[in-house]
Design a protein around this ligand. Structure first.
Ligand SMILES: CC(C)(COP(=O)(O)OP(=O)(O)OC[C@H]1O[C@@H](n2cnc3c(N)ncnc32)[C@H](O)[C@@H]1OP(=O)(O)O)[C@@H](O)C(=O)NCCC(=O)NCCS
Length: 144
């Protein structure tokens, strides 16, 4: 598994991965492209056998990293792809003197919540009606 900086030609693949995640907020290829103009934004791709298996986007907002989006292709899940993407995110966080990684996740997204708990995140708050004015978001944090 190779974790590398995302390139423009990856964005359509990222958009297809998002589109295949029901209920997942999607940026679309243009949204990923727009992130290139944000100097705090980092997008990484996970590549396996020459194909994109997943991505992560985060903002370095010292002293925090805000993890905005993390998704793995359906047929590549439960093989450590998200863990590898998060591991690289933590490396960026530490190199940039960040002391915590923050994110929001729908309280209905039990696979993602299980993943983040396994990775040492804690629930530190809730935002009612955060998604589509209905679903509650859990605020999760990993302290570094
Ligand atoms: C959440 C997600 C990123 C996990 O990716 P992944 O590559 O499968 O995760 P990893 O293989 O690195 O980690 C697997 C661990 O996460 C947890 N996990 C992942 N999917 C799970 C599921 N369906 N049910 C329960 N636990 C799950 C488990 O702890 C699992 O460990 P195990 O396989 O030993 O039981 C992936 O399911 C996904 O892309 N979901 C759709 C997009 C999304 O919801 N992103 C997060 C939004 S904040």
């Amino acid at each position: 598994m190779l974790i590398r900086r995302a390139k423009q030609e990856d964005y359509c693949v990222f958009a297809a991965i998002e589109a295949d995640c029901p209920g997942y907020p999607s940026w679309g290829a243009n949204g990923f492209a727009a992130e290139e103009t944000n100097r705090n934004s980092v997008t990484l791709a996970a590549e396996f056998e020459g194909a994109v298996a997943g991505f992560v986007n985060f903002w370095i907002l010292r002293p925090q990293v805000q993890l905005n989006s993390l998704a793995v292709r359906g047929d590549m899940r439960r093989r450590g792809t998200a863990a590898a993407l998060l591991g690289k995110t933590l490396e960026y966080a530490r190199k940039n003197a960040c002391t915590a990684v923050d994110l929001e996740v729908s309280e209905l997204n039990s696979p993602a919540i299980a993943f983040y708990l396994k990775q040492g995140f804690e629930v530190v708050g809730k935002r009612p009606k955060f998604y589509n004015n209905t679903e509650t978001a859990l605020l999760m944090r990993k302290t570094l």
